[in-house]
Write a protein that binds this ligand. Structure first.
Ligand SMILES: Nc1ncnc2c1ncn2[C@@H]1O[C@H](COP(=O)(O)OP(=O)(O)O)[C@@H](O)[C@H]1O
Ligand SMILES: [Mg+2]
Length: 312
């Protein structure tokens, strides 16, 4: 039985309060399963529908059609069972400012009917670098610290499935490392992890399988290693001090002075460098590297031009 199963999940939002405005189709027939023990990445640009899908999974919002199961429990009809199997770290920082960190975690334990949870709460505080903040009020904490508490809250009932929606957005490097060490440990010990992130290098390092969403549709679903192998395989990267001629620029990914060309082989690389020289430009700091997940992501997104974009 899958840990998470999405079957033909669609979601439309009305764009006006009175529900009379045009509809936004946030999710369009999304179907895939995540197996127990997987570290699964859900990627996509802003507005692709990631948070909508997670909200439906968490029972915070209702699918317009389709169904979602967590270890066999339907998130609508077996809400309490499904909820108990899930630990969800939401994208938005929501918390009650009146409680201390430890109180918040005890209350959350109580919500799941767990008494005497202090040993596990202490372990969570320790592993998330919150031990010295146990008695601090939530409102005294910085954004990064609040994020840690949200993670601890999600884990308080030892859920089998851990769901993290952009947990590292705007978070310092230290927390990222602490968080990933801990989540990777829980995954090794058997927890299933579903992660959305903008940091593609995080997804590449952590996730064994990845789904990419674009405008509410699954446009890629594969093992991370297969996604990486599917790409044009190499990237030529260098710096220049002047603009590239338009016909070359059209083939490149350009960030300020850094230019990157997808290259299949040595011949491609020679041709690009020759073209740059002929244009009277000097390429500096030349590097050739393997395509990474960001290259693959950009390729997949560029390939899947949707109808509305063609019309736009
Ligand atoms: N409560 C809502 N009401 C109306 N539109 C919404 C609402 N939540 C999300 N949307 C729209 O649904 C689409 C998907 O949003 P979201 O699920 O937040 O994407 P992501 O998390 O991938 O950035 C976007 O077009 C967004 O504007
Ligand atoms: Mg989101």
């Amino acid at each position: 039985m899958p840990a998470i199963s999405f079957k033909s999940v669609s979601k439309t939002y009305s764009t006006s309060k009175k529900q009379t405005g045009p509809l936004v189709r946030a999710l369009d027939e999304v179907s895939f399963d995540i197996q127990p023990g997987e570290f699964f990445g859900l990627l996509g640009p802003n507005g692709a529908g990631k948070t909508s899908l997670i909200s439906i999974l968490a029972g915070l919002s209702r699918a317009t059609s389709g169904s979602v199961h967590v270890h066999g429990s339907d998130v609508l009809t077996d809400f309490a069972d499904a909820r108990r199997k899930l630990g969800v770290v939401p994208q938005e920082l929501v918390f009650d400012p009146f409680f201390s960190v430890r109180e918040a975690l005890r209350i959350q334990s109580g919500y799941f009917g767990i008494k005497k949870n202090d040993a596990w709460i202490d372990e969570l505080l320790e592993n998330l670098g919150l031990a010295d903040k146990a008695n601090a009020n939530m409102r005294q904490l910085s954004g990064g610290m609040k994020r840690r508490v949200l993670v601890a809250q999600a884990l308080v009932h030892k859920p089998r499935v851990i769901v993290l929606d952009e947990p590292t957005a705007g978070v310092d490097v230290e927390l990222r490392q602490t968080l990933w060490q801990f989540i990777a440990r829980l995954n090794k010990e058997g927890s299933t992890v579903l992660l959305t992130t903008h940091y593609l290098e995080e997804a590449e390092a952590l996730c064994s399988r990845i789904a990419m969403l674009k405008q509410g549709r699954v446009v890629a679903l594969a093992l991370t290693s297969d996604l990486l192998a599917s790409s044009n395989s190499n990237v030529l990267r260098f710096k220049i001090d002047k603009d590239l001629p338009a016909e070359l620029a059209a083939k490149a990914r350009i960030t300020g002075r850094i230019v990157q060309f997808p290259a299949q082989n040595a011949n491609d690389i020679e041709q690009y460098l020759a073209a740059v020289r002929q244009a009277g430009l000097v390429a500096e700091d030349i590097e050739i590297r393997k395509a990474d997940l960001e290259d693959v992501f950009l390729e997949v997104m560029a390939k899947n031009v949707t109808h509305s974009e063609v019309l736009a």
